[in-house]
Design a protein around this ligand. Structure first.
Ligand code: PMP
Length: 351
């Protein structure tokens, strides 16, 4: 080891899902949307003023912030934008979790949370979900430095209703409560409805799933102006220009394409409901998903075996080699054709 290596920050990074470079594959492993972005995004990019690229982009991301605020009926001062919700969530951890008390999130949830907590040296506890992958809300009643709830949860797909979120907020009035709603557009009711009642609530959403724009990297947080100001202060202390011009223009166009957005979400939900029936007939079970994926386990065949068999056919799903969830596959809902191919293969394989 070189002497300077002793001063390196040692972290165990988050491992994103595989992005195989195959021309022909069925990719159901990273919860992307199989449908293209709204045609309005295409138009906006074609009509873009290329001269604008000579200059720095607007550090306030005004056109995007305004489009998001308008869509959700909130004030511009209530919206923060970032490079995917990962950037927004990372900033939120850095901004709001300065307490010496531990923050709380479930043992099974989005696996970036403990990585950020480690990186920013935030103490944390991870109470176990129950055997049905439900949060035991009493675990969140003890004094803490903040709460993070993914709703619907990932990778379990379990959705808790707004009474549940309200209960968590009622028991955590002195700390910031982050609700990560990456998958909310596929059937859940957003906690945005509770913003007027709880100044300590921050709702985080993304363009990566329901808006088919994972490749553009846009996430946003909506909350009380004091939370948004605090987030912006931290952002401007680190990197003022997180959102480039192309992203701002495309993000605005996408947010305004309401009809297309609704249609895409409906298509995914319809496919999901059909696939639920077909997988059940094949001997799978799963929590009742309100997301664009299913978290499925088979009654006899181990998940790891299925994961490997599917992979050989260039059908990619996500497998987590982790305690409690190592017999589950997280299967993204693709197009009807993609899901037909998956079911066909499973029918043959399972005999
Ligand atoms: N939250 C959850 C629960 C997720 O599953 C993801 C996707 N990996 C993210 C946040 C981050 O998504 P993005 O950075 O693409 O917005």
């Amino acid at each position: 080891m070189k002497p300077w290596e002793a001063y390196f920050r040692k972290v165990e990074p988050y491992v994103p899902g595989e992005q195989p470079k195959l021309s022909k594959m069925i990719k159901l492993n990273t919860n992307e949307n199989p449908y293209p972005p709204a045609p309005q995004v295409d138009e906006a990019i074609k009509n873009m003023d290329i001269q604008k690229l000579k200059m720095y982009p607007d550090p306030t991301s005004e056109i995007l912030v305004k489009a998001i605020a308008k869509n959700y009926g909130v004030k511009d001062e209530q919206v923060f934008v970032g490079v995917g919700s990962d950037d927004v969530l990372g900033m939120a951890f850095l901004t709001f979790f300065g307490s010496e008390k531990p923050i709380v999130f479930p043992d099974i949830t989005y696996s970036f949370y403990d990585v950020w907590a480690e990186l920013f040296q935030i103490p944390y506890v991870t109470p176990a979900l129950n055997e049905n992958f439900r949060i035991k809300k009493e675990d969140y009643y003890t004094p803490n430095g903040g709460v993070v709830i993914t709703n619907p949860n990932a990778p379990t797909s379990v959705y808790e209703n707004l009474d549940f979120i309200r209960d968590i907020l009622d028991h955590n009035q002195d700390v910031v409560v982050i609700v990560d709603e990456a998958y909310i557009d596929f059937g859940g009711e957003s906690a945005l409805k509770l913003l007027d009642e709880y100044e300590n609530l921050l709702v985080v959403q993304t363009y990566s799933k329901s808006r088919s724009m994972a490749g553009m990297r846009i996430g946003y947080a909506i909350g009380h102006p004091t939370l948004i100001k605090a987030l912006n202060d931290v952002k401007y202390s680190y990197n003022s220009y997180t959102m480039d011009y192309v992203t701002l223009v495309s993000g605005k166009a996408s947010m305004e394409a309401t009809e297309y957005f609704k249609e895409c979400c409906e298509k995914i939900v319809a496919t999901r409901e059909r696939v639920k029936k077909e997988l059940t007939e094949l001997g799978f079970s799963f929590p009742d998903s309100k997301t664009n994926f299913l978290f499925a386990t088979h009654k006899t065949v181990p998940a790891k075996e299925l994961f490997e068999a599917l992979r050989k056919e260039n059908i990619f799903v996500r497998y987590f080699n982790k305690p409690r969830i190592d017999n589950y596959l997280r299967i993204t809902i693709g197009t009807d054709e993609e899901m037909d191919a998956l079911i066909e293969f499973l029918k043959k394989y399972l005999g």
